[in-house]
Write a protein that binds this ligand. Structure first.
Ligand SMILES: Cc1cc2nc3c(=O)[nH]c(=O)nc-3n(C[C@H](O)[C@H](O)[C@H](O)COP(=O)(O)OP(=O)(O)OC[C@H]3O[C@@H](n4cnc5c(N)ncnc54)[C@H](O)[C@@H]3O)c2cc1C
Length: 287
């Protein structure tokens, strides 16, 4: 396992906010996770990051330890019948490409949703009516209350739109997941991957650091048009602004701090409430 002191988190959050943590762990085995909690106890809770594609780092310095689950914990095992067993740091773009190579369908949308496998389960990530829950079978996790490794079936996870058991119960770290993909036509799989990506790139800001949609979609409304209707495209606080390309995104255009992003969110929420009477719920996780 790799351990770092005073670790710079800029490359580990997709807003590219500058933040440092006192200590960071990069576990390589399941035992490393247990070891971190047994042998490195701290008063403050330890913070878990997968790809860091859906988080707002609100502080410039964290006393907390960070556990970075990424490429050091991303082994994958494919079976002929489309059953996949993978560690939670697996990058889902890489998974979608491997699935294509093996003529397996079910994860095409993750070609352009940046995510680790564990982060996708926590967030129930997805797009266009397809979510990770659709292909998930089972999860293996470390229960931080008794430091035991346990397993849970998809049916027990109470998935909702961008929400899951593991988002509501933070005392668990996802270690592994099993997915069931189906055999498909590689031409159709590739077409779906490319078309989904092209449609998303036409709409979303890809030139500036961001963390995807800021807010969950409220029933009966679309976030982007509401914010655009308020004339807020380009509206900035410090180095963070509402994207001119898609009003549902905040982009870091000039060394934004987590505080800039949170102030901007606060202002937008207030204005949307005043004009439309809609309470926006933040999708991104504030850390
Ligand atoms: C350009 C862009 C486009 C996006 N488009 C979409 C989209 O279309 N649909 C969509 O759903 N999302 C989208 N997102 C958001 C993001 O891709 C997803 O939320 C993704 O699943 C986050 O995964 P992650 O590994 O980066 O999680 P992180 O951001 O690292 O973490 C998210 C939360 O999960 C927790 N967590 C992470 N890993 C674990 C683990 N192993 N065990 C326990 N807790 C864990 C973290 O503590 C945090 O609370 C987009 C983001 C970007 C930057």
């Amino acid at each position: 396992m790799k351990i770092f002191e005073n670790f710079d988190l800029k490359a580990y959050n997709s807003y590219h906010v500058h933040a440092t943590c006192k200590r960071a762990f990069m576990p390589q085995t399941e035992n490393d996770f247990v070891d971190i909690y047994r042998n490195y106890p701290t008063d403050s809770e330890k913070i878990i990051l997968g790809g860091g594609y859906n988080v707002i780092l609100s502080k410039a310095f964290y006393e907390n330890d960070f556990i970075l689950i990424g490429e050091t914990f991303s082994a994958i095992d494919f079976q002929d019948n489309g059953l996949i067993e993978a560690e939670s740091g697996l990058d889902l773009k890489a998974l979608s490409e491997l699935a294509l190579e093996n003529s397996l369908t079910g994860v095409e949308i993750f070609y352009d949703i940046p995510s680790s496998l564990g982060g996708a389960v926590v967030m129930n990530a997805g797009a266009g009516g397809e979510d990770i829950k659709d292909v998930l079978l089972k999860v293996r996790f470390l229960d931080l209350q008794d430091l035991q490794i346990k397993e849970m079936l998809k049916e027990q996870m109470d998935f909702e739109y961008r929400n899951s058991y593991f988002q509501r119960n933070k005392e668990n770290i996802i270690l592994k997941a099993w997915l069931q993909l189906r055999k498909g036509d590689p031409v159709l799989i590739k077409t779906k991957m490319e078309e989904t990506k092209a449609a998303r790139w036409a709409k979303q800001p890809k030139d500036l650091p961001n963390a995807g949609s800021v807010f969950k979609r409220p029933k009966g409304h679309y976030v982007g048009p509401m914010i655009e209707g308020l004339g807020l495209k380009g509206f900035a606080v410090g180095g963070a602004k509402i994207s001119e390309k898609h009003a549902g995104f905040i982009v870091n255009f000039n060394n934004a701090t987590g505080e800039d992003i949170l102030k901007l969110i606060h202002d937008v929420k207030e204005r949307v409430w005043d004009k439309f009477g809609v309470e926006l719920e933040i999708e991104q996780r504030i850390i």
